[in-house]
Design a protein around this ligand. Structure first.
Ligand SMILES: Nc1ncnc2c1ncn2[C@@H]1O[C@H](COP(=O)(O)OP(=O)(O)O)[C@@H](O)[C@H]1O
Ligand SMILES: [Mg+2]
Length: 311
């Protein structure tokens, strides 16, 4: 077998670093090649190749879903979640409906589709964010609204700006957590919950993970791992994370973002291809808190693929 790491043609710095770091681990397990995800890939791929996708494409092309779908169609082994998981998780309103139908709590929310508001707008405070972005795109200080009229105006403005449906969700002011899960089926490893604490940010900066907080205030954000949770909340968080992994049909690695409200955890977002940047990503932070290294992480992620291929 051979590992093929798929990368964007011109990845941003963190993705590029990730490609190199994953390559350095995989090359010690099997022959490994890095390939750009482009149209020539289908000719280059061998039957015994296992793909490890690190390409995310451009805004709105949902490439991570398409790559899994192509691998499924070609019958190639690949690391990570199936196309289904990516498509369900790339649209936060769809994720919410799926999780709610399985009894997994998410903050109540409505959608502005450009013409109408779908669903009931919850009582304020509200947060207004694009339905299918990541990295805090479209989440800014204006996103937090203390009345319905302002939230509706913000949704209309963001719709014009981002050209996609906009969600209006109940803003949960409690602790922010993110949970990493590795494995497959019933063999799941839940990594220690990571708390993201905004209380040291300068005055006037929003207390949530907006784009500018992610990009400009990382050094003033407190990352606490494991998060300081009581036993009951800890158990609830772990159960919700496991159930989310199961109902989204995820595989190998997943990260579930949550917030607490009144002692109850709610899922805010599910990341079907969470960052693996050894320097800045959350999952590597959790792994370090377990006194394990990046090698251990990548080996855990590819374990199922190797078993499937009988390596
Ligand atoms: N319902 C909510 N209540 C409180 N904070 C929220 C809510 N939705 C989003 N946020 C804040 O905005 C951040 C970014 O939202 P998220 O949906 O995770 O988008 P992204 O894909 O950009 O990470 C979250 O990490 C959280 O801090
Ligand atoms: Mg998020």
């Amino acid at each position: 077998m051979r590992f093929v790491i798929l990368k964007d043609i011109s990845p941003e710095a963190a993705r590029d670093r990730t490609v190199k770091a994953v390559f350095d681990v995989l090359k010690n397990i099997a022959e490994t090649q890095i390939m750009d995800f482009d149209i020539s890939l289908m000719q280059k791929l061998r039957k015994d190749d296992a793909a490890f996708n690190l390409a995310i494409g451009k805004r709105h092309d949902f490439l991570q879903g398409a790559i899994s779908a192509i691998m499924e169609w070609m019958g190639n082994e690949f690391v990570g979640s199936p196309a289904y998981t990516h498509y369900v998780c790339l649209d936060k309103f769809t994720t919410k409906s799926l999780l709610n139908s399985y009894g997994i709590p998410t903050p109540p929310g409505a959608l502005f589709n450009g013409n109408d508001f779908v669903g009931d707008i919850p009582t304020p405070p509200l947060i207004v964010k694009p339905v299918a972005e990541g990295s805090g795109i479209g989440v800014d200080s204006d996103s937090l609204c203390d009345n319905v009229e302002r939230a509706k105006e913000t949704a209309k403005r963001k719709f014009e700006k981002f050209g996609e449906p906009i969600m209006i969700e109940k803003y949960l002011s409690g602790t922010e957590l993110t949970i990493g899960i590795l494995g497959y089926g019933s063999e799941l490893k839940i990594l220690p919950p990571l708390e993201i604490d905004f209380s040291d940010l300068p005055r006037g900066v929003e207390r949530f993970y907006s784009q500018r907080v992610k990009e400009e205030y990382a050094s003033q954000t407190i990352y606490r791992c494991p998060a300081n949770l009581g036993e009951k909340i800890y158990n609830d968080v772990i159960n919700i994370a496991k159930k989310t992994f199961e109902v989204t049909k995820a595989r190998d690695y997943l990260r579930v973002d949550m917030r607490l409200d009144g002692g109850q955890p709610y899922v805010i977002e599910v990341n079907s291809m969470p960052g693996l940047d050894p320097q800045n990503s959350d999952i590597p932070k959790m792994v370090r808190a377990m006194s394990k290294d990046y090698n251990w992480l990548i080996k855990s992620i590819v374990k199922r693929s190797l078993q499937t291929l009988g390596v």
